[in-house]
Each structure stands twice: as C-alpha cells, then as structure tokens.
Write a protein that binds this ligand. Sequence first.
Ligand code: GH3
Ligand code: MG
Length: 538
Amino acid sequence: MTIESQRDKLKQHFAGRVTTQARIVLEAWQQLKQRNWQDKQWFSDFQLATDKLGRYAARFDMTDHLCIAQSINTSLKSISLRKTPVTTADILAVEQQVMQLATVTQRKTDRTDSSANRTYLRSPIYLALNQKDLAQRIAQQMQFFGFRGELYSSHDTLLAATQKNKPETMIVDVDFGGDKNAGVELIKRIQANHETPIPVMFICPREGDIQTRLEAARCGGEEFVERTLDAAQLIEKVETYTRSGAHEPYRIMVVDDSRAQAAFMESTLRKAGMTSKIITDPMQVLIALDEFSPEIIIMDMYMPGCTGTELAKVIRQQDKFVSVPIIYLSAEDDINKQLHAMSLGGDDFLVKPINPRHLIATIHNRGRRARTLHAMMIRDSLTGLYNHTHTLNLLSMEINKANQTGEPLCFAMMDIDYFKRINDTHGHPVGDRVLKSMSLFLKQRLRKTDHIGRYGGEEFAVVLPNTDECDAKNMMNDIRERFGELMHPTESDTFKVTFSCGIAAYQAGNTQQVLAQKADKALYEAKHAGRNCVKVFR
Ligand code: GH3
Ligand code: MG
C-alpha cells in the first residue's frame, strides 16, 4: 500500500468518526429541543458533543464540520454567559447551524442513491399559519426529514402558489388570516381549482367546534390538530402522508377478462401516472397478488370461472390483503346487487362505461386512505419503527430479492441489556425514552436501504440487504459501541445502556422464520457470553 492510499484510508476511517460524532450532536439537539431547552443536562450534553465534534473535525481536517461546530459553540457560549432565558431567536440561530450540520452529515446513501435523493426533490409542503415563528420552526425541522416547507402569510400568495404548483400537503391554520374559519374558507376555494383534492392538515389553535371540524373535513382536511402543536408529532403525520406519497405511483391491479376493457384501463392508469398490472385470467390472481403486491384492486363483477365477489372473498382470506381496497367494475346498475357485492368485501363500485376522471379520482381517494392506514398498521407507535409483522414481511421480501440477485443478506436482532433494571430504577417513562433513543440511533446509523423494526418490547431487528456476515458484524459492533457511549439522562443523574446482538446470514432455502430463529439463537448466545456483544449464528 502506498503512503497516499494509506493516508486516504486513514482519512476515510476518521471521517467516519466525525460523522458519528455529528450524529450524536444531532441527537442531543433533538433531545434538547423536545425539552424546550429547559433541561440543563441535555444543554450540557449538546455543548459537550459539539465541542468534541469540533476537536475531531480539526484533527481530521474536516473543515465543514469544524466551522459549524465552532459557530454552534460560540452561540451556546454566549447564551450561557448571558444568564437570561433562552429566546426564540437563540433557538432559531442554533437550529440553522444544526441544519447545516445535518446537510453535511447526510446518511451514507443520501448522496449516491438516486431513490434516496428523490426525497429531496418531491413537491413542497405549504405552511400557512398565523403564528409565523411556529411555521418557521416547523419548516426548518422538516428539512431534517427531507421535506421542503414553504411559508405563506396571506390568502393571495397561498392561492397563487397553489395555482402555479400543486403541493403535496398543506398545513393550514383554520383561522388563517385572522377571522374565524377564514383558513377553511380559503382552502375550499383552492380545492375547487383542482381535480383531486390536496390533503390538508388543519391546525386549530382554539378548541375546534363541530362546525369547524365538519367544514375542514369537507374540504380535504385529513387531520385536525387542536391547540398545542408539537412540531415533531406534526412531522410524523406529514411523514405518513408523504413517505409513500404522490411521488410513488399507486400500484393498481386490474382483474378483467375483457382484453379491450383491460387495455383501456391500462392506458387510463398509465396516463394518470399509476403502475398497473392487468390480469385477464382470474385464476392467475393469487400468483399476481404476491408478485405485484397491489395497493388497490379493480375487479370486474362477472368473469368466466368465478365472480368478482367470490374472488374478493378469497383475497380477503389472506391477512396480507385484508386492507387492500377492492373496487368493482360492472355494467350492473342494480343497487341491490351492488350493495351485496360491497357487503362481501368490496369497497367501492364503478359502473361501466367508466369515466376516466371518475376512475382516477376514486383511486386517489381510496389509495390515499389505504396508504395512511397501511402506514399506521405497519409501524410501532412508540418508536415509529416497523412492527414485528411488517419487519418479517420485509425480511421475506428481501429473501426473494436475494434469491434473484444472489446478493448476500443478513438479519440482526438486538435486545437491550438489563432493561428491566432501567425501568425498575428510573421508571417506565425513562425506559420508553431509552427505546426511542435506540430507535433514533439505529435510524441515523444504518443505511436507508436497511429495514429497522421494533421486534418486541425492548427487542429490535434489522434487515440488512446486500450485506455479508462480516460487514454486518462490523456494522453492528460499531453501533453497539457507539450506543453504549450515549449518556441517558434522568432528573438527577445519567446512565449508560448496552445491547446484545445476534446475526444470521441468509443461506439459500432459509425462510424468514428460519432466519429469525437463527438470529434469535445467536442473540441468546450473546446474552450468555455476558451481554454487550455481537454473535453470529454458526
Ligand atoms: P436481559 O439483559 O437478559 O435482556 O435482561 P432484561 O432485563 O433486559 O430482560 P427482561 O426480559 O427480563 O425484561 C424486559 C423488560 O422490558 C420487561 C418489560 O417490562 C420491559 N418492557 C417491555 N416493553 C416495554 C416498553 O414499551 N416500555 C418500557 N419502559 N419497558 C418495556
Ligand atoms: Mg433485555
């Protein structure tokens, strides 16, 4: 190895350390913000973390990080020297610096993976709130999550903007502009200009009466958030709408024995930017379901071999497809038969000949709702990670992919050490906070292509595509060490937490259950070996 390449390698290695430290700063910042800067411990953690970042960055020649760390430190010092309460302007100033840090410390895949980049290209979210500082704070925090927020302060500018560019979501004060329900009235006018409604999250700083709520729901209000507004919660909601949002085309499966009708549907859906799978033989439905995994099924009522309602029943018998909306297509205009079809597991009815605009509007409405429900169904509410069932579904999907590509795949399970003791000593809420910080830590440390789940109470699982046993072990060990360095605050003290980890590498023929069992065995071994270590299944 030449001296240059050795130096490069070292540099790369140290760059990793700076990046890790930057993430610790980001984590401490979020914790501090959640506590409205009231927590001395987090303030000092944030300060110490930034200080350390500065030292690392200086040592390893990373000037971007160094400049940002220095400017954060200067701000913090002047705030603590002043001895007067922290102001909104202080917070905004530091937040801006933290934002820069977040930008220069994107996750590994952000810069190279085109699908990850896409998140920054999606259409903006419009914010129209009476409280300007709040709007600004939300917009800035959104950037952490890859959303672009645009602020509007008057009816005219918001109206003009929506005419020019249809936003992905709008966050609007019900009284935007000042008068009671003025925001709702404005949204009504805006929606009238669009074929499909823009989803709106209404913010109501007062108690929302039923009339206001009804009006809001009628004009595309998907959420109604009353009084206190927690920016983090709000963003979580925005995420459920848009994570799988409009930039991902809906996957529609059409089951119709008439080729002419099917071709018409295919071209209509394609023009609307949707992905379709056309099945003309109803007997092929089960195979296609698994391969295509549709979000909506459109089905003819009468087909050779079986009726649409019979087929719907069969589809509904599979847990995975219980919530996929089924829309029937038929020349049937007998209302009783339609009702009967709906009672057997259908969600909507479209009568032939189909008006394409009507078809697309129906799909949009059903699809959005299905995605929201799906997002709720697959996630754990405490941590926002995938739940047990969905983690295993993702594992199974990655096994299929690995079989096709021949790429390696690993599954890792983690369990926090002596977690019961943490609950017993510090109380359940502190335990919950440890679980949240573990999930945040995993999200920050792993690649976007990895799937992170909360497997059980204090158990986590990660699906690592395109990762061999050795890399998985190194990666998990690194995470384990870093996590063990985190200080968790209590009211009077701080403490550290470790976890044990078991890894199983995929071998041809393994089902997801087998792989999970292997990882579980390895985890058990890690516990027996004294905890705070990583074991690979052999
Ligand atoms: P080990 O090192 O062997 O894993 O010991 P442990 O104490 O971590 O494991 P044990 O299974 O004995 O205890 C797990 C505890 O986790 C018991 C349960 O009350 C707690 N727990 C499970 N879910 C939650 C949760 O959502 N929040 C909190 N705070 N605690 C939880
Ligand atoms: Mg445990």
